[in-house]
Write a protein of this length. Structure first.
Length: 103
């Protein structure tokens, strides 16, 4: 996953939507390694690698994430068709669009 994509996530992050949260979103990209997002009470940190105890783990291609984040791919459809796999607190994954709204 390019740093440009993560810069866009940082730019789109809505601190208000993350108030009171304390969660780790782990991403395993089939084409670009692993990264995780630390969301803690309105703040966002993006790290490379794997977290020891993520709240939710999501496996997909980087193109699938881009599509979900820009609204071209419905996250639930991606999940149901196997383009996106989730483990842990999968309901957290539904918050991604409110945490990173399209601008």
């Amino acid at each position: 996953m390019s740093s440009n994509t993560f810069d866009k996530l940082q730019d789109r992050f809505d601190p208000q939507a993350a108030k009171g949260m304390d969660d780790i979103f782990q991403f395993h990209f089939s084409d670009n390694g692993s990264h995780y997002l630390i969301i803690k009470d309105g703040s966002l940190a993006i790290e490379e690698g794997e977290h020891d105890d993520p709240s939710v783990s999501l496996s997909m291609s980087s193109d699938t994430l881009k599509g979900v984040m820009n609204g071209e791919i419905n996250g639930m459809t991606a999940f149901m068709t196997g383009k996106l796999k989730a483990t842990g607190n999968v309901m957290l994954a539904t918050k991604l669009t409110s945490l990173f709204p399209a601008r």
